[in-house]
Write a protein that binds this ligand. Structure first.
Ligand code: ADP
Ligand code: ASP
Ligand code: MG
Length: 433
C-alpha cells in the first residue's frame, strides 16, 4: 500500500464525461489499497473565462476579490469529482482550501503556500475515503481566499504530497510525460523517462508549461517524487506504480541509473530539452549616460515596482562629437508587466537621462537546457550557428550553468525550436514530422 497524490489538469477535468474517466482512474489506485488524495484543476478554459469577468468588471480590480472569483473553477470540479467517485462506489469528499486549511501568504493572485493542516484529510484517508482537493487555492491570514498564480494546481499537488508525506505525486495531464520540447510544436519530440529537478526547474521557468515552475522548486526542496503522465489512456494502460510517464529525479539518482544504462549502450544527451516563451516583451532605452550608477537607475525603479527583468544587453558606449559617452540598454520583462514598466521608466526619464524608450512585444525566448552542458563546451556556439544558418537573428542572450537562452522574432519561434531540436540530435527516429 502506498500513499499517493494524483493531480488532474484542466483538459482532464473538462466536462462530466472526462471527470468520469478521472474517477475510474482514481478508483483503480484506491481499489489497489492505496491511500489517495486527488488535486484538481478547473475545467480547461474556465479560469480564463473567470479572469475575463474580473477585467470586464473593472480594469483595476481588487486582487482579493479576483481570487474569490477565479478560485471558484476548482471548487466546482472538486465537488463534481467527489460526486462521480461516490457514484462508482468510492467514498469521497471535497476539502476546499479554506476548509483544510491550506495557509498561504497574502500575495493575492500569486500567493505562496505555508502550512497545510492535514489531520482531517489523513484521518479520512486512513478510513478509506478519497480526499478531493481543489488546486490553485488557499487561505491567507485574515481568512481571505487566495490563489497561487496561473498553473498553480501543480504546486498545490506537490505541497499536498509533501505535507501528507506521500510516496508519490502523479501529475496527470494531456501529454504522457515531459518531452524534449513541446510535442505540439515538434512531432519528433521524444518522451524523457527521467529529468532532473534542476533541468525541469529551468525548462519550466523558460516556458515548458507542463509543470508550474514553483511546483518543481518545491518538489526539489521537499524531495517529493513527481511523475508526469497522461490521463488520456485506456483502462488497461500500465499502472502508475510502474512509472509509465516521466519521473523527476535528483542528479545523484540519475547518475546512478545513467551509469547503468551507459554500460548498456545508451548515452545521455548533452541537451535535455528546448523550451520557448512568447510572454516576454523587449524594452530598449537609447542613449543612457555611460557613468557609474546609470544601470542601477534603470533597474531600481523596476524592482521597486515588483517587475522581474529577465534578459539584459548593454552595448559598448560611444561618444559622438561634443556629447558625453552613452549606451543603449535592452532588456525583457513579462508582457503582462509591459505597461507598468513603460510607465515606471517614463516617470524616471529625467533621473536616468535616456533619450527614448522603445518596446517590442513580437519577440520569443528560445532556451536549450541540459546538465550535460556543465562538462561540455560548444553548446552555445552550436545554437548561434544553427540559428544563423537559418537567417534567424539573435536580439539578446542569457546563460546559466545548464541553460542558454536567446531572444528572437516571434514569427520564427517554431522554426527555431525545430532546427535546434534536430541540431542537438534530439529528434525521435520513428515519428513522421
Ligand atoms: P494541465 O491542464 O494538465 O495542467 P498544461 O496545459 O498546463 O496542462 O500543460 C500541458 C501542456 O504543456 C502540453 O499539452 C504541452 O503542449 C505543453 N508542453 C510544453 N512543453 C512541454 C514539454 N517539454 N513536454 C511536454 N509538454 C509540454
Ligand atoms: N485553473 C488554474 C489555471 O488555469 C490553475 C491550474 O489549472 O493549474 O491557471
Ligand atoms: Mg498546467
Amino acid at each position: 500500500m502506498a500513499r499517493i497524490v494524483m493531480k488532474f489538469g484542466g483538459t482532464s477535468m473538462a466536462g462530466i464525461e472526462r471527470i468520469r474517466v478521472v474517477a475510474n482512474r482514481v478508483k483503480r489506485e484506491w481499489a489497489a489499497g492505496n491511500e489517495v488524495a486527488v488535486v484538481v484543476s478547473a475545467m480547461s478554459g474556465e479560469t480564463d473565462r473567470l479572469v475575463g469577468f474580473c477585467r470586464e468588471a473593472s480594469a483595476l480590480y481588487d486582487a482579493r476579490e479576483y481570487d474569490v472569483v477565479v478560485s471558484s473553477g476548482e471548487q466546482i470540479t472538486s465537488g463534481l469529482l467527489a460526486i462521480a467517485l461516490q457514484a462508482i462506489g468510492v467514498p469521497a469528499r471535497s476539502w476546499l482550501g479554506w476548509q483544510l486549511p491550506i495557509r498561504t501568504s497574502d500575495g493575492h493572485a500569486s500567493a505562496r503556500i505555508g502550512e497545510i493542516e492535514t489531520a482531517g484529510v489523513l484521518a479520512a484517508m486512513a478510513n478509506r475515503e478519497v480526499a478531493v482537493i481543489p488546486g490553485f487555492q488557499g487561505l491567507a491570514a485574515g481568512e481571505r481566499v487566495t490563489t497561487l498564480g496561473r498553473g498553480g494546481s501543480d504546486t498545490s499537488a506537490v505541497a499536498m504530497a509533501a505535507a501528507l508525506k506521500a510516496d508519490r505525486c502523479d501529475i496527470y495531464t494531456d501529454v504522457d510525460g515531459v518531452y524534449t520540447t513541446d510535442p505540439r510544436i515538434v512531432p519528433r519530440a521524444r518522451k524523457l523517462k527521467r529529468v532532473t529537478y534542476e533541468e525541469m526547474l529551468e525548462l519550466a521557468s523558460v516556458g515548458a508549461k507542463v509543470l508550474q515552475t514553483r511546483s518543481v522548486g518545491l518538489a526539489m526542496k521537499e524531495n517529493v517524487r513527481v511523475q508526469v503522465l497522461s490521463s488520456f489512456v485506456d483502462d488497461d494502460a500500465p499502472a502508475a506504480a510502474t512509472l509509465p510517464g516521466t519521473m523527476i529525479v535528483s542528479e545523484q539518482e540519475l547518475a546512478g541509473i545513467v551509469g547503468e544504462e551507459e554500460t548498456n549502450g545508451m548515452e545521455r544527451q548533452l541537451i535535455t530539452g528546448i523550451a520557448h516563451d512568447k510572454n516576454e516583451a523587449k524594452i530598449t532605452l537609447t542613449s543612457v549616460p555611460d557613468k557609474p550608477g546609470a544601470v542601477a537607475s534603470v533597474f531600481s525603479p523596476l524592482a521597486d515596482a515588483d517587475i522581474n527583468v529577465d534578459m539584459i544587453v548593454q552595448n559598448i558606449a560611444h561618444s559622438t562629437g561634443q556629447k558625453a559617452a552613452s549606451t543603449d540598454v535592452t532588456f525583457t520583462v513579462p508582457s503582462s508587466d509591459l505597461a507598468k514598466s513603460l510607465d515606471v521608466l517614463g516617470r524616471a526619464q529625467a533621473d536616468i537621462g535616456f533619450e527614448s524608450l522603445v518596446h517590442d512585444t513580437r519577440v520569443a525566448k528560445i532556451s536549450v537546457v541540459g546538465v550535460g552542458m556543465r562538462s561540455h563546451a560548444g553548446v552555445a556556439s552550436r545554437m548561434f550557428t544553427t540559428l544563423g544558418e537559418r537567417g534567424i537573428n539573435i536580439q539578446a542572450i542569457t546563460t546559466s550553468e545548464i541553460k542558454v537562452s536567446v531572444l528572437i522574432h516571434e514569427d520564427e519561434t517554431e522554426l527555431a525550436v525545430r532546427v535546434l531540436h534536430t541540431a542537438y540530435g534530439l529528434d525521435a527516429e520513428d515519428v513522421a514530422g
